[in-house]
Design a protein around this ligand. Structure first.
Ligand SMILES: [Zn+2]
Length: 219
């Protein structure tokens, strides 16, 4: 199993290929690859991302069957079932990297902002449960910043929401805290840009991972 820094570098390199239109996933998604994984999986990273159709984790990181354990939910929120999914993968497969990935122009973030600014409220209790998870970090941003443009607010809110999810995963689970302390499990935040295709890792990336962009384990 790759350690967290190696896993992070592998994701970065995959995203570089994706951005450069040099994706290799078609070759990796062969029937032989699929069959080789029937006996078991060993995903090297866990991705908690948004359900938005424009942000498929395997594609933006140029990865294939068996590489990523992906949890997708609108607004990349962290509710108990998301924590449980991360716990499952980290403890069962020994995966050492968890990435919470938001994205620019996220509809769940915009909907929360609209509601907080007095716009339409969500009728459905189920939809509201998502907005309620996003709301605290956006509310903090909003206080005293009413002059800011909506675009700027959404941009900041996306990152604030990712940070809140990262924080929840780091501190909201005894099992994950133990894995962080004892095995080097790393939980990081990232933002995918719809405009450029680039994934920017921005939350508490260890210095070794920042430096080692092309260093090391990947050929
Ligand atoms: Zn979204």
């Amino acid at each position: 199993m790759l350690n967290a820094v190696e896993a992070l570098n592998r994701l970065r390199e995959g995203n570089h290929r994706f951005v450069a239109d040099q994706s290799s996933s078609a070759a990796l998604s062969s029937s032989a690859r699929r069959e080789a994984l029937i006996a078991g999986q060993e995903p090297f990273a866990i991705i908690l991302g948004c359900s938005d159709s424009r942000v498929p984790a395997e594609l933006v990181f140029d990865q294939s069957f068996g590489d990523l354990f992906v949890i997708r939910v609108a607004g990349n929120i962290v509710a108990p079932s998301q924590v449980g999914s991360v716990e499952f993968a980290a403890s069962r497969f020994g995966t050492r990297l968890v990435v919470v990935m938001g994205h620019t122009q996220c509809g769940a973030i915009s909907a929360t902002l609209e509601e907080l600014q007095g716009g339409a409220t969500n009728q459905s209790r189920n939809l509201r449960s998502i907005v309620d998870r996003v709301r605290p970090s956006v509310e903090t941003l909003l206080s005293g910043r009413l002059q800011q443009s909506t675009d700027d607010l959404v941009r900041e809110a996306v990152r604030a929401n990712v940070r809140a999810s990262v924080n929840h995963l780091r501190h909201g689970s005894e099992l994950l805290e133990k894995l962080i302390q004892e095995t080097g499990l790393l939980v990081v935040g990232a933002e995918y840009s719809l405009e450029t295709g680039i994934v920017d890792f921005f939350d508490n990336i260890p210095a070794t991972a920042q430096q080692g962009l092309f260093g090391g384990m990947l050929a």
